[in-house]
Design a protein around this ligand. Sequence first.
Ligand code: NAD
Length: 256
Amino acid sequence: VIRVAVLGAAGRMGREVCLAVEEEDGLELVGAVDPAGRGLEVSGVMIEPSITDLGSRGLDVMVDFTNSDAAAKNIRWAIENDVHSVVGSTGIPEDEIEGIGVLAESSTANVIIAPNFALGAVVMMRFAEMAANVFDQCEIIEMHRRGKRDAPSGTALMTARGVSAAMEPAPDEDADENTVSGCRGGRLGPVNIHSVRLDGMVAHQEVIFGSKGQTLTIRHDTTDRSCFMPGVIMAVKAVSGLEGLTVGLETIIGVE
Ligand code: NAD
């Protein structure tokens, strides 16, 4: 049995992860942490205010859906305590992720950080990398709920990085006059990213490629948070067999 703790257990994602872990054969929920969930119980487990309260529970894996600051601290605690990490929190700065990679390298605890656990989104990112070999222009429109802390989304960042690495970009021909500031979006390498934030959205992304005379649009929509759970469960089961830090689910689902 893999003994699992969920961080952010009172949040939108954390609550679902607790249920998914509880329902999965071979996994046991032994800890739940959330400063906002003090006194509450999930799947028969009391929610504790801090990860340091879990010290003696013989944890194998901690799953983190909190926020970028909390996640970075939780991962460091997990590495120091020989606990593997599966992390969905987005917005963790690149240099912080690099530091975590170095720590994980010299420890027996492994870390998976994935900006998107929906298997369809992982395939979308892979398709986008393939399309970037053929097209020379790309823009991303990502749509999430109003109030999401970070912009652009972690999925948009990972997609844009993959596209930038694979694409031979066309020369820039942006308009000289933008009468509304920011209307061309933010830029990562040659990729413009547009972040839409509206009530009613869960997580949606369109990757639009263009070249002379043709476009290609790759779109992924999540309509319910349940779509993230198969990826989270796969990662919990796989993390002990990986080494150091793994970013993204590509290696686990075999679409590298
Ligand atoms: P949310 O605000 O509903 O939940 C986050 C919870 O974390 C809150 O209840 C908060 O009290 C708790 N928290 C804060 N600091 C904590 C700490 N130190 N220890 C334990 N808990 C702590 O947010 P959400 O919609 O569930 O999203 C959480 C994170 O997951 C965000 O970064 C979001 O972008 C990301 N996310 C990732 C995926 C993915 O597939 N990778 C999917 C959806 C959301």
